[in-house]
Design a binder for this molecule. Structure first.
Ligand code: NAD
Length: 252
């Protein structure tokens, strides 16, 4: 990766201690950005990631916050902007819930929506309040192909991810004239802790792999799309949903 691509830019990646978030933090480092590594109760993994970044000649700082908590998100942004400007935001933190719709409780529904959708709203609002007076910035939200496709037994997750797509397009329209680009990625099945043969039933995995490329994607394949969307190479992209998905979804 070109170390000049995002040289001097400061990025926050939520849920960055593992999976796609971790790969994104490393890819951002490769592109020359400084990275805030947000995590929730994963201090050791986050610390190790920051060490890896430093070993690569980059700069990363760990910051713990539950994106499901308005107060924690406010405190996180307060700390970040007290140390300097923030140019880039990756709303990656997420949880998944496999449950038949009729068994999905109010609490289940609220928990998934609060992290996967409201967390994106909260972080984007804080980031934009900071970016707007500075004249610009870029945000990438991590949605899912399931936000387009829907899926049995994943109603809360699919609803949240569909919401992320709507939020992305709305923010893109609202802030384009103010220099803030807002895009999303909608990955297909990616080999992370969230989607692994250890965590998912054989039936789930078989369905998940019923896609043209017949393999799981890698976190690095998603990270490359995220870094592209954040970079000046994507200067005419806003409100777009890129799909690193092996062909699982080919719609708009
Ligand atoms: P992952 O479980 O490794 O990553 C999710 C991260 O979010 C974890 O580090 C977790 O600790 C963090 N997190 C969860 N709740 C949080 C909270 N309240 N506050 C802060 N951090 C929190 O799995 P992943 O696959 O890397 O998932 C990253 C994103 O990609 C998620 O938004 C997920 O929905 C999305 N996604 C994943 C896939 C896939 O197949 N793996 C496909 C499409 C979309």
């Amino acid at each position: 990766m070109d170390r000049q691509l995002l040289k001097g830019k400061v990025a926050l990646v939520t849920g960055a201690a593992t999976g796609i978030g971790r790969a994104t933090a490393l890819a951002l480092t490769d592109a020359g950005a400084h990275v805030w590594v947000n995590h929730l109760a994963q201090a050791e993994l986050a610390r190790q990631l920051c060490q890896t970044v430093e070993a690569m000649g980059g700069r990363a700082q760990c910051i713990e916050a539950d994106v499901g908590s308005p107060a924690a998100v406010a405190a996180m942004f307060e700390q970040i902007v007290a140390e300097g400007p923030l140019d880039l935001l990756v709303n990656n933190a997420g949880i998944i819930l496999e449950k038949p719709f009729l068994d999905t409780t109010e609490q289940d529904w609220a928990q998934v929506l609060d992290v996967d959708l409201h967390g994106v709203y909260r972080c984007a609002q804080h980031a934009i309040k900071h970016m707007q007076p500075r004249g610009g910035g870029a945000i990438v939200n991590v949605a899912s192909d399931l936000g387009f496709l829907g899926r049995s037994d994943y109603s809360a997750y699919c609803t949240a991810k569909a919401g992320v797509i709507g939020l992305t397009r709305s923010l893109a329209r609202e802030f384009a004239a103010r220099g803030i680009r807002v895009n999303a990625v909608a990955p297909g099945p990616i080999a992370t802790a969230m989607v692994s043969p250890e965590n998912m039933s054989a039936e789930w995995m078989a369905k998940e792999l019923d896609i043209p490329m017949a393999r799981l994607g890698t976190p690095e394949e998603v990270a490359a799309a995220i870094v592209f969307l954040l970079s000046p190479q994507a200067s005419y992209f806003t409100g777009q949903i890129l799909g690193p998905n092996g062909g699982s979804w080919m719609g708009a």
